[in-house]
Ligand binder design. Sequence first.
Ligand SMILES: Nc1nc2c(c(=O)[nH]1)N[C@H]1C(S)=C(S)[C@@H](COP(=O)(O)OP(=O)(O)OC[C@H]3O[C@@H](n4cnc5c(=O)[nH]c(N)nc54)[C@H](O)[C@@H]3O)O[C@H]1N2
Ligand SMILES: Nc1nc2c(c(=O)[nH]1)N[C@H]1C(S)=C(S)[C@@H](COP(=O)(O)OP(=O)(O)OC[C@H]3O[C@@H](n4cnc5c(=O)[nH]c(N)nc54)[C@H](O)[C@@H]3O)O[C@H]1N2
Ligand SMILES: [Mo]
Length: 772
Amino acid sequence: MSTESDAKPQEELEPRVGPVPLEEPEFHPYHHPAAGWGAAKSVTQFLVRERELVDGPRAIMRMNHENTGFDCPGCAWPDDTKGLKLDICENGIKHVTWEMTRKRVGREFFAAHSVSELSAWSDFELENQGRLTEPMVYDPDTDHYVPITWKDAFEVAGRALRELDNPNQASFYTSGRLGNEATFLYQLMARELGTNNLPDCSNMCHEASGRALQASLGTGKGTVDLKDWESADALFILGVNAASNAPRMLTALSEAYRRGAQIVHINPLVEAAATRTIVPHDFLDMALFKTTKTSTLNLQPRIGGDMALLRGMAKAILEQAHTDPKALDKEFVDRHTTGFEAYRELCESTSWEELENQSGVSRDDILKAARVYRDADRSIISWCLGLTQHEHGVDTVREIVNLLLLRGNLGREGAGPSPVRGHSNVQGNRTCGIDHRPTEAFLDRLAEVCKIDPPRDHGLDTVNTIQAMLRGDVKVFVGMGGNFANAAPDTPVTHEALRNCDLTVQVSTKLNRSHLVHGRQALILPCLGRTEKDHQRKGLQSTSVEDSMSMVHLSVGMKRPASSHLLSEPAIVAGMARAALPDSATPWEWYIEDYDRIRDTMAQALDGFEDFNRRVRLPLGFRLKQPARELVFLTESGGAEFSAAALPDVVPAPGTLALGTMRSHDQWNTTIYSDNDRYRGVKNLRTLVFMNKDDMRERGIAEFDPVDITSTAKDGSQRHLNGHLAIPYDIPRGCAAGYMPEMNVLCALGDYSTQSDQPIMKHVKVTIEAAR
Ligand SMILES: Nc1nc2c(c(=O)[nH]1)N[C@H]1C(S)=C(S)[C@@H](COP(=O)(O)OP(=O)(O)OC[C@H]3O[C@@H](n4cnc5c(=O)[nH]c(N)nc54)[C@H](O)[C@@H]3O)O[C@H]1N2
Ligand SMILES: Nc1nc2c(c(=O)[nH]1)N[C@H]1C(S)=C(S)[C@@H](COP(=O)(O)OP(=O)(O)OC[C@H]3O[C@@H](n4cnc5c(=O)[nH]c(N)nc54)[C@H](O)[C@@H]3O)O[C@H]1N2
Ligand SMILES: [Mo]
C-alpha cells in the first residue's frame, strides 16, 4: 500500500479542494480584532452569494434560542446560559446558510453529469451545487447516478446487509452531527444485526481526550460548564483555533478578561483568539469598535511540546510547595487521588533542560505560566485537536489532569478540564451508543431494554475500517453524514478502500467526494438538515443534542425542507433497519411516528436519561450527571489517578519538520467556503504551507515559492505533496502547518497513535524543499 502511494503521480491527487481563486494570492499578517465588523462583513457577503438575505437572518435569529429554535450545527460550544442573548457567530451563520441554500441537485443534474466527469470537479464546486433532493443509485452501465424510490433504495441496502456471511462485514460510520434519537436507532440497528463496527469522526478527533479522562477520572468527558467558565480566575487554552472553530468562546474569553481573569494561550501559532475581539453580540461594542483583549499571556511551544510544558508547570508548582504551603493542595491530593508520589518523583527527576528542549519554551516562560496557575484559586484548562491528534495525545491530556489535581482544580466551581468538542453532537453520539468498544454494562442494559442480543466483541474504528475494506473484510460501508473519503487520512488509500466495497451508502445533505469514490453499488440517501421541519405521523418532531459541556437540549427545525422527497435521519435508519432485519421485533416504524417513543426507550437504556421527555423540554434542557464533578471517580482505585508517563521525544530530526494539518477560517472540515483564511492574513490561497522564516531561508525558499513536501511514515514509506506555496509565519522553528483535507495525502494510514488509535494529523514528519 505504501509503495503504491509512493508511486502515485501528483496529477492523480488533483482535483483541487477549494474554489479556483479569481485573484492572485495575498498574505498580510492580520492585526485586527477577531469577530466584530470583519465578521459582519464576511457574513453579509456570504448571505448575498447564497442568495439568502431574507430567510438567512430570520433563521439565524431562531438559532440557539432556548427550546424554540434549532441548535446551531456550527460547533459544540454550549449555548449562553442566559438564554436570550443573541449568541451567534460568523461561522455558525455561514454554516447554517450553507445548509439553507436555494440551490438544488436533482435528477437532471445527475443525468447531465457522469460520475467520471464530476470526479474532476473541485470539492467546493461539488458542495456548491446545493442540496440533494431525492435518493439516487449508481448505474455502472452509464456511469451516472439515477433516481430510485426510497423503498427500493432500502431494499438495495437491506439485501446487501442480509447477504453478508457475517455482520462484521459491514461498518457504520457516524459524523458527529447526527441527533441523539437517530444515533440511538443507528447503533441499535448495527448491534441487532450483530456488529460493533461503529467508527465515527471522534476516532479522528477527541478519542484521546475520552480515553485519558476515562483513565484519570472515570469519565470520558470534561467536568465544567459555562458557569464555571464565567467564574474561573485563570483559563488555559491549548491547541485550539477558537476564533474560527469555536467562535462563541470569544465571548467567554472577553468576559473573563473584563472581570480580571488571567487567560493563557498555548499554541505554536498565535491565533486570533489569543489577541483581542469585538464581542459580536454586544451591539454597543460593535457600534463603538470597542475591542476587548482575550489574552494575558501567549506561549508558543513546538508542535507536540505541550506535555513537556505542562510537566514544567507541575515541576514549578512542586518546587514552590517547599516554601509555599498553598502552592499544592495536599489535602485534596491525599483525599481524592492516587499515584501522587510517583508523579512527584518523575517531575523532580526531569531536568529543566529537557523540559525546555522538548517544549521549545524557555524556563522563564514556563515559570510565568506556572505563576499564573499558582496565583489563581480556580483554573480551567481547555484544549482541542492541537493536543489530541498526536502519538502521545492520551498522555498529554492526562498531564492536564495531573496539573489540575495538584491544586485541587476539580469538583468545584470555576475549575476543571474542558475539552472543546468538534461536531455539534459528537459528544451526544458517544453518549447514545456510537462506540466500537462499548462497555459490558451498556450492552447488558441495551439487551434487556431492546430485547436484542448485542455482540460482545469490540468493533472497528475509523482506521481499522479502512484497513478491513482494503483487505476485503468489510464489504458494506454506511456513512451517516460526513465525508469519509476526504476526512480520513491517506486519501488515495482511503479511496482505494471505499472502491473495494460491494456497497457504499452515504446519507447526506450535499454532494461530496464520498459519493464519487464509491463501491461497486452505491446509494446517495438525502436527508433533512437540522434547520428543517421534520413532520411525522404524530406531528412536528424535534431531536436532541448534547454540547461540549454535557447539556442535552432540543433542536426544532423551522424551515420548509429543501425537497419534499427528503427523509429525516431517524426515518432513513428505520427504513434501512427494517429492510436489513425483516423479522426484527424492534418497532422501527412506530418509533418514527413520534420521536417521544424513541426517547422513552432511551430513558430506560441510557444512563442519565431518566425522565428524558420531560427534562429535555425544560427551558435549557438538562445536564447529564458528571460523577467526577461530584468527586466520585469511577476508576479502578476509586480515586482520581495521576499518570506518570515518560516524556516523548518530539524534537524533529535534523533537516526535518513537524507538520500540523488544520482548518482555515473559511472551511468546515471538508466543506470549503472560500480560499481565504482571514485571521491568518491569507487571501485566495489554500495550497500553502506556513513555515518559520529561518527554516525557509535555510532552504532557499522565499514567500510564495512553490515547495515539495515529503512525509515519512513510521514504516519508512514516503508520501509527496508538491506545489504548495510557502508562507513565512510566526511559528517556532522546526514546525510547519497547512490545511486539511489537502494535506491528508501526507498522513499515512498506518500512522495512528498507539494510545488512542487516532491518526496522527498534527505531527506529520516531513521534509520541505524548494520545488524542483
Ligand atoms: N468554523 C469551523 N468550526 C469548526 C470546524 C471547522 O472546520 N470550521 N470543525 C469542528 C471540528 S469537527 C473540530 S474537531 C474542531 C476543531 O478545532 P481546532 O482544534 O481548533 O482545529 P484545527 O483547525 O485542527 O486547529 C488546531 C489548532 O491547534 C494548534 N496546534 C497544532 N499543533 C499543536 C500542538 O502541538 N500544540 C498546541 N498547543 N497546539 C497545536 C493549531 O495551531 C491550531 O490553532 O472545530 C469544530 N468547529
Ligand atoms: N488531516 C486532517 N484530517 C482530519 C482532521 C484534521 O485536523 N487533519 N480532522 C478530523 C476531524 S476532527 C473530523 S471531525 C473529521 C470530519 O469528518 P466528517 O464529519 O466525516 O466530515 P465533514 O466535512 O464534517 O462532513 C461534511 C458532509 O456532511 C454532510 N452533512 C452536512 N450536514 C448534514 C446533516 O445534517 N446530516 C447528514 N446526514 N449529513 C450532513 C454533507 O453532505 C457534507 O458534505 O475530519 C478529520 N480529518
Ligand atoms: Mo472533529
